[in-house]
Structure formats: structure tokens, C-alpha cells
Design a protein around this ligand. Structure first.
Ligand code: IMP
Length: 216
């Protein structure tokens, strides 16, 4: 199988690091290129994430960076969905509570908002849509199939903790209690997080689809 050069279409260094670790033993021989490496000193602005759902946002990022740098690319869009907040912040997880000065402050505010909710009303999940865009650049676009991308969706189920715990990961990891491990996501090391996380599952699934296409 030929080596495939894939752009990691994210400006979030935590996500890029996770994607690299998740793909370390991928079923495809990949050369992962960061935005900084591919841009070679050129300034590339972030696209506005105006999609109506995770797939649209992931594709906005993938198309923007992939077309600008003429490379097939892997992008994701993800968010935390809290049932007691009717699924918020969800698609708006990054922009949620924008008046907070740090993620730690944001996490403390979420805990404050939910402070009177008992365990059974604290259900939450991370959701991630991962896409590989640029099948035509890889000569993998199938005849008669319009789509120039592959996509996969995954969730990681859990609840909002009563207090923040752990220092690993990023974002809402310190306040997300995983069903799988019974501790906060930020208490897991990178390999453990990637084995159960929304991003780990979605990225592995979309790369498996790429591997299947390459075999046929
Ligand atoms: P986006 O996918 O870059 O739009 O960012 C989504 C936001 O969701 C991030 O800025 C984080 O706040 C949050 N998020 C996404 N994935 C994770 C994760 O694995 N752990 C913690 N927070 C996450």
C-alpha cells in the first residue's frame, strides 16, 4: 500500500497531538502533516465555523485547509452535550461562556450551573465527527459517487462530575466523568483517553474506511 500524506486540519494543538497518537498504529501507512509544516511560513486564517451540525463544520475546516494547501486532509468537529442543558453547548462548545477568561473558569461555571442537579440528571456525552476530505487527490473518488470525503461519528458517554479532577487532556476533560472508566477524562493518560474517546473512535473509524477503499 502506498504511503498517504494527510494534512491534520486543526489549529488546536491538543487535537493534533491526540490524532497523531490515535493514528500511530493505523491500518494505512500515513505521513501526517501539521498545518504549520504544510503552510511553510504562509499565514492561513481559520475559517468561520458556520455549519449547522458537526459534519458541516468538519467539512468547512477540511475543505478550507485541504483546498488551500492542496492536500487530502483529516479534520474533526466535536462538542460536549449536556442533557440538563438540552444538549448545550454541543456545536458551540468552543464559544460557550465566552466571557470566561480560561477553560478552568468555564468548567467551574458549568459545575455551578449544574450544582443542584443530582447524579441522574447530569448525563452528558462528547460527540465527534471526523472526515477525510480529498479522495480525488488520492485518486480514490469512486465513479458515480459525488462525495469527495469519508466521515464517521462517535460518542463517549458519561456525566458531569461534581468537581473538576485531573490535569491531562484539554477542554472539558476535568469535569467529564466517563462511564467506561468511572473517573474524569482528565485523570486518564493519553493512551487511555484515546482508547475510549469520541475522537479516538471516530478517527479510527474514518481511517478504517480509507484502508478499505485502498484495498478495493
Ligand atoms: P472544535 O471541534 O474545534 O469546534 O472544538 C470543540 C470544543 O469542544 C473544544 O474547544 C473543547 O472545548 C470541546 N472538546 C472537544 N473535544 C474535547 C475533548 O476531547 N475533551 C474536552 N473538550 C473537548
Amino acid at each position: 500500500m502506498p504511503k498517504i500524506k494527510l494534512l491534520l486540519a486543526t489549529g488546536n494543538p491538543h487535537k493534533a497531538e491526540e490524532m497523531r497518537a490515535i493514528l500511530a498504529d493505523a491500518p494505512v501507512d500515513l505521513e501526517l502533516v501539521s498545518l504549520t509544516e504544510a503552510a511553510q511560513g504562509r499565514e492561513i486564517l481559520e475559517p468561520p465555523e458556520t455549519g449547522k451540525n458537526y459534519l458541516e463544520n468538519a467539512l468547512i475546516k477540511a475543505k478550507h485547509y485541504g483546498n488551500t494547501l492542496a492536500l487530502p486532509c483529516l479534520a474533526d468537529d466535536s462538542g460536549l452535550e449536556i442533557e440538563a442543558l438540552q444538549g448545550a453547548p454541543g456545536l458551540y462548545s468552543h464559544r460557550f461562556l465566552a466571557d470566561c477568561h480560561s477553560q478552568a473558569e468555564k468548567n467551574a461555571r458549568v459545575l455551578e450551573i449544574l450544582k443542584d442537579k443530582p447524579s441522574e440528571e447530569r448525563r452528558a456525552r462528547f460527540r465527534c465527527t471526523a472526515v477525510i476530505y480529498g479522495l480525488s487527490l488520492l485518486a480514490l473518488k469512486r465513479p458515480g459517487v459525488e462525495l469527495d470525503y469519508l466521515s464517521a461519528v462517535a460518542t463517549c458517554e458519561g456525566s458531569i462530575a461534581f468537581k473538576a479532577c485531573g490535569k491531562a487532556g484539554f477542554g472539558y476533560d476535568p469535569i467529564f466523568l466517563t462511564d467506561d472508566r468511572g473517573c474524569c477524562m482528565a485523570e486518564l493518560d493519553a493512551a487511555e483517553k484515546n482508547s475510549i474517546s469520541h475522537r479516538g473512535k471516530a478517527v479510527r473509524a474514518v481511517v478504517q474506511q480509507l484502508a478499505d477503499l485502498l484495498k478495493n
